[in-house]
Design a protein around this ligand. Structure first.
Ligand code: SAH
Length: 376
């Protein structure tokens, strides 16, 4: 069984050392500044420096007085997660393994494409869902990560890609990091508060400023939180469907036993914004002889009828000991054709970063028993 630690992220600082400002919302910064008798506009300036410019050294914050900068440097830091490994794939995909303060690790992946660059962000160390085809589900330790660790993944990628605006280059039109998908390790809706806090920071125009239209949150189907995701964040929704009958989905996506297909799809029909040309993405992993027949494709089209949708077919990505095979390209094409002729775009996702185990469902960090987290 999994070792599940139902706890939030550890405090940003284990001792009485400096506190990391990254992860703080605008309101938290304002409150922190108010406690130091500093006005709101100073907090806004700081927000812009750290999230809008990516500055980590207080001395570079030139519109803030020297004395306040010194005061800030005494108490705070602007820190990124530590990178413990950095892997580049032959196809340009890049994976960073991040070592968190308690010694656990998460992965994040940058996938460059012709018209965009997508960062695949993790929401938990490990995952409690145990989907049968997913490597992350085999990791024993699970814990939620905090806003600093989620926003930190985006900031670190932007550092690496050299895409912070500067005085000389205030606007960057074509970014290598243009889109975010919450499709890394973990179930984002099981860590909703921290994911929401992080995404609000990411979307803030004065900060990282990635629009909600360029952010997609993927869930295996935590039905009670889907609506809130739409209302509070307004990001695109992706559903890891993978099966069209409850008996099979119960087996391969076990959260289905709690929230079966009919309930999940009813919630999707109500997803805020669907009438305004927004579409839900259904993800469907192609498992040879398991869920890939013509009959499955026809049933898929039937059950999602009326939902503005796109169906992403993901050829299964293998991992050591995985109990499935990838469907053949011909099978995937035949399946896609049925979905397309019913009027749904159905792109087949090209596996990316397979040589560095960065493709969908291949993420798994070594985190097993961090000393501090297990002590309690
Ligand atoms: N827990 C969320 C976020 C993870 S997203 C969710 O389930 O949506 C990761 C996506 O990759 C999901 O659609 C997942 O089902 C898919 N996936 C998992 N293992 C895979 C594998 N081995 N091959 C291809 N896709 C996989």
């Amino acid at each position: 069984m999994s070792t599940i630690l139902e706890q939030n992220a550890p405090p940003e600082s284990a001792d009485d050392g400096p506190i990391n400002l990254i992860g703080m919302s605008r309101e938290e910064l304002v409150a922190t500044f108010a406690a130091m008798n500093e006005p709101r506009f100073r907090a806004d300036q700081l927000f812009q420096w750290i999230y809008g410019r990516g500055v980590t050294d207080f001395d570079e914050m030139t519109n803030i007085s020297k004395s306040l900068r010194t005061k800030l440097a005494d108490r705070f830091v602007v820190a990124r997660p530590n990178i413990s490994r950095d892997l580049a794939s032959e196809d340009g995909t890049h994976k960073w393994l991040l070592r968190l303060d308690d010694g656990t690790e998460v992965e994040c992946v940058h996938i460059p494409e012709d018209d965009r660059g997508t960062l695949c962000v993790s929401s938990q160390v490990g995952c409690t869902l145990n989907c049968r085809f997913c490597h992350t589900g085999t990791q024993r330790l699970v814990r939620n990560i905090g806003p600093a660790e989620i926003v930190g993944q985006v900031m670190l990628a932007r550092d690496h890609l050299g895409e912070w605006p500067t005085a000389e280059r205030p606007t960057i039109y074509e970014r290598e990091l243009s889109n975010i998908v919450m499709m890394g390790m973990g179930e984002p809706l099981y860590n909703f508060d921290n994911v929401a806090a992080a995404l609000k920071i990411v979307m803030d125009d004065a900060g990282i400023a990635i629009s909600r239209r360029r952010i997609t949150l993927s869930t295996a189907g935590v039905v009670p939180l889907i609506r809130r995701c739409g209302e509070e964040l307004g990001v695109n929704l992706a559903i890891s469907l993978h099966a069209v009958r409850d008996d099979l989905r119960d087996e391969i996506v076990p959260i289905n036993r709690k929230y079966p297909i009919a309930e999940l799809l009813a919630t999707c029909r109500d997803y805020p914004g669907l009438k305004n040309s927004r579409r839900i993405t259904f993800e469907y992993v192609m498992l040879k002889d398991v869920n890939d027949s013509d009959a499955d494709a026809r049933e898929l089209v039937r059950i999602i009828a009326g939902i503005p949708a796109k169906v992403n077919l993901i050829p299964f990505n293998p991992w050591p000991g995985a109990p499935y095979d990838r469907s053949t390209p011909e099978r995937i094409e035949a399946f896609a054709e049925i979905v397309r002729s019913a009027g749904y775009p159905s792109p087949v996702r090209t596996p990316r970063g397979e040589d560095i185990m960065a493709a969908c469902g291949q993420l798994k960090s070594e985190s097993e028993r961090p000393r501090r987290a297990m002590a309690g």
